[in-house]
Design a protein around this ligand. Structure first.
Ligand SMILES: *Cc1c(COP(=O)(O)O)cnc(C)c1O
Length: 352
């Protein structure tokens, strides 16, 4: 696709109605959105236009067969006023991995990147500059084509919308290690950012919340013996001074935060092990006093420290450390993201 992006600007910006000092996460939307449509076998009509409701047929296959995938990324402003992205091509590649699994057509990288960058230029004023805040970016693709027949649609849309956002989580969370439900199964779509994965998480999460926890720790679907993810985040567990995270699989999302943290930690000479970790190993470590930290890792919260966990009716508390890995690693990654530190890996992308 080489057609130019059409730009239709909003008549009057909504930005004056937004309090940038009190931003929620992901629920105030910027003026514009980018849309590209897959029709007649090709991606076409890329357009940036005011963020507004879209019109779909009740027969659109997204509603019936759930062909829907998304990404989550952030844009930042540095002290010089540059607009920065973090490893954006990795998001595009993962979107296409998800697309392949759900039989959604591949989006060419230049269509994705050009649309994203142009959108960030048009809505540049919406990128927060406050510490901890960022512009959350939500690219998503779904079946807009019609039919009650259970088969892939012949029309799709890629939309990129953005939301200036404050920090995702406040404080430490209490989690429940899941013994019955699973978020993903072998051979399934757990590795894809498919909307349906999240729908399936809501019920067990709701049950955990009713029991007084904030989040579920997902275990493997077969035995529930191995720890896989923390809610919609990858999980890290620190036993003594070793940081352990589960290997990615077709049940585990290959998080960009996860792989960045592994790299940064290794370069800080933190001992990192990518391997399966069982619930019994974690319990034994907790009982021996060797379980130091657990935290989730993902774009939205970056790192979300865990205060304690419940398992089989018992609660286990994690110690309060003075300088936890969670804090050190969160600072290291956000400093790279926001250009407060050198970027030895070439992860930052300046939007020009
Ligand atoms: C998005 C997501 C993650 C984190 O991925 P990042 O690329 O770090 O944002 C982890 N687990 C699940 C299930 C996710 O949906």
């Amino acid at each position: 696709m080489s057609s130019k992006i059409e730009i239709k600007r909003i008549d009057k910006s909504k930005i004056d109605s937004v309090d940038f000092n009190n931003l929620p996460f992901g629920s105030v939307f910027s003026d514009h959105m980018f849309t590209c449509t897959f029709k007649d076998g090709k991606w076409q009509n890329p357009i940036i236009e005011p963020f507004a409701p879209i019109s779909l047929s009740p027969a659109a296959k997204i509603f019936h067969y759930g062909q829907s995938i998304f990404e989550g990324m952030k844009a930042y402003k540095d002290a010089e006023g540059n607009t920065l992205l973090f490893r954006p091509l990795d998001n595009c590649k993962r979107l296409n991995k998800s697309a392949e699994r759900l039989v959604i057509p591949q989006i060419p990288e230049d269509v994705f990147m050009d649309g994203l960058k142009e959108l960030l230029k048009v809505d540049e004023a919406w990128i927060p500059t406050n510490e901890g805040s960022s512009l959350y970016i939500r690219p998503f693709m779904f079946a807009s084509g019609n039919g009650f027949h259970a088969s892939p649609a012949n029309e799709y849309k890629l939309i990129i919308a953005t939301a200036p956002s404050g920090a995702y989580f406040a404080g430490k969370v209490k989690v429940l290690i899941e013994e019955k439900y699973a978020r993903a199964a072998n051979g399934g779509v757990g590795f894809a950012k498919a909307g349906g994965n999240y729908a399936a998480q809501f019920y067990p999460t709701q049950l955990a919340i009713e029991k007084g926890y904030n989040q579920v720790i997902w275990t493997d679907d077969n035995t529930h013996e191995f720890i896989e993810e923390a809610g919609a985040m990858n999980i890290f567990i620190r036993i003594n001074d070793t940081l352990i995270t589960s290997p990615t699989s077709d049940r585990i999302l290959d998080g960009i935060t996860r792989k960045s943290i592994i790299q940064i930690a290794e370069d800080m000479n933190i001992d990192v092990e990518v391997r399966k970790i069982s619930v019994s190993e974690v319990i034994a470590a907790a009982q021996a006093g060797n379980l130091k930290e657990m935290f989730g890792a993902g774009t939205a919260a970056v790192i979300s420290p865990i205060a304690g966990f419940g398992y089989q009716g018992s609660d286990y508390d994690l110690p309060e450390l003075e300088t936890p890995f969670a804090g050190i690693l969160k600072k290291a990654i956000t400093d790279i993201q926001t250009n407060k530190a050198k970027d030895p890996y070439g992860w930052r992308v300046v939007v020009k």
